[in-house]
Ligand binder design. Structure first.
Ligand SMILES: NC(=O)c1ccc[n+]([C@@H]2O[C@H](COP(=O)([O-])OP(=O)(O)OC[C@H]3O[C@@H](n4cnc5c(N)ncnc54)[C@H](OP(=O)(O)O)[C@@H]3O)[C@@H](O)[C@H]2O)c1
Length: 287
């Protein structure tokens, strides 16, 4: 058994790779930047969802004991129709390389058949291939590994259109722990998991937690929809993506993310990380 991790330089794939490494299970990271951006010492290859001439590269990789890729972790590219390339790759991987299982990262709003990754999910059901769909809520690592990191560092502010909406933020390490089980358990899970963190927090509460961790005031600036779209675009986001992200925030303000469950603990046997622990672990990145 060897595992192919697409999104190989991203927040969850690298953490799945660490778990595989600890368990001595062979893996390969795959993304457009490949080995140029993968963690040192981890095997990686260049792979572009939008360039089918790269899709064979992972299968040419020589694993130490001659293993072949039997399961793939699927991370969608940010395009309007990720399903076109992803479903074509899935068919190719099954037919040409005998891949047996796929684990897809979607979002909490994904549903089978719905445009985007929902159509990839539907493809699993139509083909009958072994699968698991992970539907995580918002990542804690958006505060430490994305643009917000620098806004906190330089301005001590959080800008959102989330208002007083509550969000059960989850750590990428907990998503990775569930993905690891779904990829490697002898029996395929063949289900979807809504992955939520252990507490519901407003951005005001996140700001208060960061303030107490960092010993300086972090302020949550509440924006209306249009201000938020303009703000994201002024930082270089394309209009459609700025509108998409803002719409997610506006729906969170209306309660769309307000829910709790114990799925992470049920699948992994341990409770998910809370925000205070995450903040302490990452304190250095905001100073
Ligand atoms: N962040 C959140 O709060 C959140 C919440 C719920 C769901 N999600 C979902 O989780 C997934 C990951 O999001 P993220 O923000 O965590 O992403 P991320 O960490 O930025 O990772 C994205 C990965 O995709 C790779 N990539 C991008 N375009 C590619 C392409 N055309 N071909 C091959 N690889 C490509 C990137 O590497 P290269 O640049 O090297 O190609 C990177 O490794 C997304 O599907 C997102 O919808 C995220």
């Amino acid at each position: 058994m060897a595992i192919l991790l697409t999104g190989g330089t991203g927040k969850t794939s690298v953490r799945v790779a660490r778990l595989l490494q600890e368990a001595s299970i062979p893996f390969l990271l795959a993304s457009r930047r490949g080995g140029d951006a993968a963690p040192l010492g981890m095997p990686a290859t260049k792979f572009d969802w939008l360039d089918s001439s790269t899709w064979g590269k992972p299968f040419e990789h020589k694993f130490l004991n001659g293993e072949s890729i039997s399961a793939v972790y699927l991370m969608a590219p940010v395009v309007d129709d990720p399903e076109t390339s992803m479903n074509a790759f899935i068919d190719y991987a099954i037919k040409e390389h005998n891949v047996k299982r796929f684990v897809l990262v979607a979002g909490t709003s994904a549903q089978p058949g719905k445009s985007g990754v929902g159509k990839v999910w539907q493809h699993f059901l139509d083909t009958g291939i072994d699968y698991c769909v992970l539907c995580p809520t918002w990542f804690m690592e958006n505060f430490s590994e994305e643009a917000q990191r620098f806004v906190i560092q330089n301005q001590s502010k959080l800008y959102t259109a989330c208002g007083d909406g509550k969000i059960p933020f989850i750590s990428a390490s907990d998503i990775a722990a569930v993905a690891y089980r779904a990829l490697t358990d002898a029996k395929s899970h063949n289900t979807q998991y809504e992955l939520l963190g252990p507490e519901l927090l407003t951005y005001d509460e996140v700001a208060a937690k960061l303030s107490s961790c960092l010993g300086r005031k972090i302020e949550h600036v509440k924006l209306v929809e249009e201000q938020r779209v303009q703000g994201l675009m002024s930082h270089g986001l394309p209009e459609h993506y700025a509108k998409f992200l803002t719409a997610l925030e506006v729906s969170a303000a209306g309660g769309a993310e307000n829910r709790m469950n114990d799925t992470v603990e049920k699948v992994t046997g341990r409770p998910p990380k809370n925000f205070d622990t995450f903040a302490q672990e990452n304190k250095a990145v905001w100073q």
